[in-house]
Design a protein around this ligand. Sequence first.
Ligand code: MG
Length: 177
Amino acid sequence: MRDPAAGPSPLLDAIRIGFGFDSHRIEPGGIMHLGGLSIDCNAHFVGHSDADVLLHAITDALLSAANLPDIGQLFPNNLEENRGRDSAEMLSLAMDQVRETGWELVNLDCVVQLERPKLSPIKKELIERISSVLRTDFHRVSLKGKTGEGTGAIGRGELAEAHCVVLITKSPPLAAT
Ligand code: MG
């Protein structure tokens, strides 16, 4: 049993969670950038960068967990250099910053709400791509696809939303108390 007089356990500063959310409008035509993949489904996300709604949610979750500036501060959408920018590159740079401040990813869990395309056929490929961008193991990334049940902006295929929670730990993880 830890002596309360010793103050807060160092373990309290060895783990952090972070939450990220993003949404993007969908318009017909073009290529959809999702999870670092380019999907030819006759629809695309609208945004200043490549509008990868899933990678944006993951990026913000990681940055938030490490108390770093958010994706909009790191990559402002009024800068020409960020127009059409590859979100996988942005996520990789964010992961670099998280690691530079002494943190390492434990795992992340995502939900994507999107009417089309169905994500189940490409779920493994998405997880492989995300774990590759993060330079982490496949088993540290979880992903679920949901539809809008045909209702609301998501159900009408006008909008996609992505949610992500991450757990990070100081490296080396969970140092002895
Ligand atoms: Mg975004």
